[in-house]
Ligand binder design. Structure first.
Ligand SMILES: [Zn+2]
Length: 440
């Protein structure tokens, strides 16, 4: 049985929060609305014409100076990280965050007001499973300012963070598993902190009109200034963890992995979110539906054989399952123990020869070329192959998904295609092939 935590959640009703925005000092009210499955988190600017919405995704990230700003077109929402941290950690997958200004209320500089808001909105479970990003291999980002973030495989979402101020003052360390309960207890109350030398020029330029000792801790020399005493002896590193959670929420999936962060900041956090999103895109591109369609979207065996002159034992494509525009297609080849090459390659240890995979790529690419040229009166000769790599063995019983993309055609006579073969979501071989055409 899947537990409730594996299903998406939204809020059961609208709840609102009012306050002051940090940078402009204006009054702002923020409302959480329910949203359907797979909607994600979107910000809505009610104060603008047509009430535009902005997806809280890494693709919409605009700036990371002191706070995280997202935008689409000319519309911006600033300082989204604290509300996103609360939504992500308390685990609201789908919601519209409606505001009547360009920045959420700063509150006390922590995520506590947002945790309280989510509780008032009463979370409800939805019918679709959550989307996760499972870290499979270590990844890392490093910035010129000395930030280093490493993401390691882990079954849980964990963060181990080292925070260090100027001259390594206020160095603090915290390691935890990020759960809703731990976030609420250990992280949400931790307030924003600033070093006096960093904010003084901003105050002079009047760029933080809403800033005060009520919504930030100011460190001046060794003195810690705030309206309320420190909530934790290590409040600074806790707030750093809060910001990491908020910035990584832009990935749009729940991360199962261990973030090890040294001197993190919004810029490095965003770089890691971007790296995760890129890896996710790469994985999605590899995964092809297991149900192989028949019909108009591709070519059946008969149509393949009308185009390709190859016959047993050299026809290496069973079917074309899809075309994407004129330049991309995917073919399949089901590899059986009856393939003649297994008799000699190798007895007792059948492995599909790499050159046969290259042949399969060439045949799928040829189908693309002939479809484009709309003639079968010429024959394509395979001229060269660059960057050919064989990454994993192909065994009897495997189904190979052969991806081909035309990258260049020079006149009528030459063409290049980027190809790769996929088995069980992993690339088993790849290469760039060049063809020339001759009349039959
Ligand atoms: Zn923050």
């Amino acid at each position: 049985m899947a537990s409730a935590s594996e299903f998406q959640h939204t809020v059961g009703k609208i709840a609102s929060l009012s306050g002051t925005s940090l940078h402009t000092g204006e009054k702002v009210s923020l409302k959480l609305h329910p949203a359907p499955v797979d909607h994600g988190i979107k910000f809505k600017r009610r104060d603008l014409q047509d009430e535009p919405t902005i997806d809280a995704t890494i693709d919409n990230l605009k700036t990371v100076e002191r706070a995280t700003t997202i935008g689409e077109g000319s519309v911006r929402v600033h300082t989204v990280e604290h509300v996103l941290a609360a939504l992500s950690a308390i685990a609201v997958d789908n919601s519209i965050v409606e505001m009547d200004a360009n920045e959420p209320p700063i509150g006390d500089g922590s995520a506590q007001p947002y945790v309280d808001l989510i509780k008032r909105a009463e979370m409800i479970v939805q019918e679709e499973p959550r989307r996760f990003f499972d870290v499979r291999e270590p990844m890392y980002v490093e910035s010129k300012t000395g930030a280093l973030l490493v993401l390691l495989p882990d079954e849980k979402f964990r963060i181990s963070c080292t925070q260090a101020g100027p001259n390594n003052r206020f160095t603090q360390y915290l390691s935890m598993e990020v759960t809703a309960a731990a976030f609420e207890r250990e992280i949400a109350p931790a307030r924003t902190f600033v070093f006096y030398e960093d904010v003084q020029p901003l105050m002079e330029k009047n760029l933080i009109k809403g800033g005060s000792l009520e919504n930030a801790i100011v460190v001046r020399g060794e003195a810690v200034l705030s309206k309320e005493p420190l909530r934790f002896p290590d409040e600074f590193v806790r707030h750093k963890v809060l910001d990491i959670i908020g910035d990584l929420a832009l990935v749009g999936r729940r991360i199962r992995g261990h973030v090890v962060a040294a001197k993190p900041g919004h810029s490095a956090n965003a770089d890691l979110a971007r790296a995760v999103a890129r890896e996710q895109t790469r994985r999605s591109a590899l995964s092809v539906t297991r149900a192989v369609p028949r019909g108009d979207s591709g070519f059946d065996t008969d149509e393949v054989m009308q185009i390709l002159p190859h016959r047993f034992p050299f026809l290496m494509v069973d079917r074309i399952i899809s075309f994407e525009g004129e330049t991309k297609c995917i073919g399949i080849k089901t590899v059986t123990i009856n393939e003649p090459f297994f008799q000699g390659h190798f007895p007792g240890h059948p492995v599909m020869p790499g050159v046969m995979q290259v042949e399969a790529m060439a045949q799928v690419a040829s189908i693309l070329l002939f479809k484009l040229a709309k003639t079968t009166s010429r024959i394509g000769y395979f001229m060269s192959a660059d960057g050919v790599k064989f990454r994993k063995p192909v065994l009897p019983g495997d189904t190979i998904f052969i991806h081909a993309e035309l990258t260049r055609s020079r006149g009528e006579r030459l063409a290049k295609a980027k190809c790769h073969c996929v088995v069980n979501d992993a690339v088993v071989s790849e290469g760039e092939l060049m063809f020339t055409f001759l009349d039959k």
